[in-house]
Write a protein that binds this ligand. Sequence first.
Ligand code: GH3
Ligand code: MG
Ligand code: MG
Ligand code: MG
Length: 324
Amino acid sequence: RALASREYGLIGDPLVLATAENGLDGKILLVDDRPSSYERLAGSLSQYHQVTVETDAAQALARAAEEEFDVAIISLDLADADGLRVGSQLRSLERTRNIAVLMLAEADDQKRILRGLEIGMNDFLTRPVDRNELLARVRSQTRRKRFSDKLREAVQESMEMAVTDALTGLHNRRYLDTQFTALFDESLRRGKHLSVLVMDIDKFKPINDTFGHDAGDEVLREFAKRIRSQTRGIDIVARFGGEEVVVLVPDTGLDIARIVAERIRAHVEGETFAIHSETRRVPVTVSIGVASRQPGDTSPQDMLKRADLALYRAKDQGRNQVVA
Ligand code: GH3
Ligand code: MG
Ligand code: MG
Ligand code: MG
């Protein structure tokens, strides 16, 4: 540690922190077409980082879209391309927009450096590049990039949790409400079909009472899986309450919706459900009420009411059936 500190003349061993052991070794994309320049830079960087050199702008962009780089160092003096453009292209593509970009410029190129910072480049280095400064700036950008990646993941995860039912992994009721309103309005505006399936496991309470609440949970998870296996990606599948699931089927009228519902019903009945970690199996059936948007409907509630009534009739007529 002391050696490293003395060797690079930096306070507090910052470079020692930038080693593979603690995950701060960055993946660096160096876009530079002068061999004397990139050989020296890559040489310095490769002690702590994984460096890829690209001398061609188009190839660099393609590479950046394929691999997950932390930092791109882009020369503003490329012979065949405008380095600032390369930087802003990285910023504009979904796959590459989070890469930290360091501009590599002549010291007297202030105007373009300022322009670059203005359009979202993170930092810059001026030639001749000081080795310690290079490592310090790259390390700082790598750390910043990793931190913002973590932050973004955390935000993403909590956003997903807010619309997901924890037990089944299906969407939750809150999500259903917002999607139903949006889909209903859209189908009204464009005169498109929209159907809803309301389903409820038959005699679920006895399963809980006989085999325990955990077994009931296992059934609910498998129930959710089977419904999803019979629906499309654009269908919204949400846990409405205890053992009740609602499926929104966009662009679909009553006849097709009834077929979808029947397919789900048959798929639930078709094979017994494993419980107690697959040591036992129980038969499960489901009743399904189906409704489609009709002229005169003013809100999702109108559709839900009809689907609920249909479900009630399915239960009343003996369960394990679809009523539309
Ligand atoms: P029906 O055919 O009329 O629908 O009969 P049922 O027994 O399914 O109807 P009921 O609504 O009386 O029972 C639903 C049961 O679902 C009661 C409740 O304890 C159980 N339940 C609700 N949520 C959960 C859950 O998250 N896990 C488990 N294991 N059981 C749940
Ligand atoms: Mg019930
Ligand atoms: Mg039930
Ligand atoms: Mg119920």
